[in-house]
Design a protein around this ligand. Sequence first.
Ligand SMILES: O=C(O)CCC(=O)C(=O)O
Ligand SMILES: [Fe+2]
Length: 468
Amino acid sequence: FVKSYPKKSYAASTMELMKLLEVEDELVDNLNGYVKTLKIKFNLMERSLIDMSIEHNEMKSEYESYLGNPLNSFRLIHRLHTSWRKWYQYAIRIENNALVHIENARLMRKMLPTSSDLQQACRGIHDLMSFYDLKPEELAAGNLAGHSQPETGLTAYDCLALGEFSVQKRKDDLAEAWYNLSLNRFENKFDKYRVHKAWAILLAKNKQFTEAFHHFENKPEEIVASNEVIHFEEELATKQNCTAVVQKPSRLHCRYNTSTTPFTRIAPLKMEELSLDPYMVVFHDVVYDTEIDGMLNSSNFVLSLTDSGQKSEVRTSKDSYIVDAKSLNERVTDMTGFSMEMSDPFSLINYGLGGHYMLHYDFHEYTNTTRPKQGDRIATVLFYLGEVDSGGATIFPKINIAVTPKKGSAVFWYNLHNSGAMNLKSLHSACPVISGSKYVLTKWINELPQMFVTPCMKDSNLHLPQKE
Ligand SMILES: O=C(O)CCC(=O)C(=O)O
Ligand SMILES: [Fe+2]
C-alpha cells in the first residue's frame, strides 16, 4: 500500500523535508520486503545445491563402488533428469510477492524528489558555501563552519552531483574540487571513470585538452571509447601537430608535373608528394604575386574585411567569395586534371591573430536524400596567398602531416576514396596563427564533373559515402 503526499518543493522547508523522511521509511520497507522474498528463494536454492554437491562429491571420490550399486546409478539419472527441470523452473519463476514490493516502490516515484528539488538542494549548499566561505573539502568531511560531524560527511555521489551543479553555474574551480572529492571516495573503477569523464569534458570545454586527456588514461578496458574520447584524441593530436616545431620530412618525392594538361608541358609545376592515403601534394610557386596582389586588393575582398566578420567557434576568420577566377580555375585543372564545372567558387579566408579553423572534413556526409547532383567534395585545393611568420599550419592529425603556409604554394588532397566513400584520414584543421596574417584560397572540387576526367573514378558509380 502506498500513501500519497501532496507534493511540494522539498528543499523549501523543514516541514516538507520531514515528509521525505516518511517517504524514505516506506521505500526502505518496500525494498526490505523485496530482499526478504529473494532471500527465501536464495536460501532454498542454496540448501538444495549443498545437498546435491554432497552427494556428487561422494560419488566422485568412490565412483566405481558408487555406480556399481544400481540404485545409485538410477538415482543419478533420475536426479539429473528431474532436478534440472525443477531448478530451471524455480530460477525463472517470478516471485509475485517480490513484484508487489517493486511495484510499490515504483509508485512511490511521484513522491520522490525531482531533479528540480535536487537542483534547489545543490543551490542551498552553494549559498551556504558562499555566505560562510566554506570549502568543498570541509563540507564533504561533514565540517560545517567549525561544527565537525564526520558522520554527516558527503558520499562520492553527493560530491559528483555538487560538481555537476558547479559546472552549470560556471564555477569551474569548485567543480574540479568536487570532482576530486568524489574521485577519492569512489572505489569502483567504473564509478571513478564517470567522474573522470565529467572532469575531462569540463577541461575540454576550457580547451585544456592535454589535461582532459589525462583523465582517460585509466579508462577501464571494458568501456568502449566514446565519441568524447575520440574527439579528445583528435584534439590532442591537433595540438601536438600544431606545436611540433619540425615538419616531418616527406618520404615521398618531388618532381615536375609536365603531363596533366598541355599547359603543364610548357610550364611544368613543381610538385612535392606528401601522402598516398589520402593522396596529397604540395605545388610550389603555383600562384603568382601579381595574381595574389590582385585578389587581396580587390574591392570586394577589402570591403568584406571591414564588416563585422564571422564569429564562430569553428572558424575564427573572415572570408568572402571570389567570383571571377577563370585563370585560377584553369590552374586547378592543370594541377589536378579535374574539371572545374559545377565546382564551388573559390573561398578566400583571412585569419588574424589566433585565427584558426577547428578539425573538420571538407566532405558533407551527404545521405541518399540530401546528396546534390554535383556529388560530394572529392578533393580540395588550398592556395597560400601570404607568408605566416609563425603558426597557421594546415594539419592532418590522422596522418601526422603539417603543411606550413608558403606564399604562392598550394596543397591538394583527396577527401573521398576512389569508391566515393569518405576518407576519414582527410580530417584537418588550421592551427592558430601566432604572428603574421594568413590568407588562403580554397577550392572544393565536386565529384560528378570528374566522371569522364579521371580514370580513378571508373569503379565508383558515385557510391554514397560511408564511414569506415
Ligand atoms: O586554412 C587552412 O589551413 C585550412 C582551410 C580549410 O580547411 C578549408 O578551407 O576547408
Ligand atoms: Fe577544410
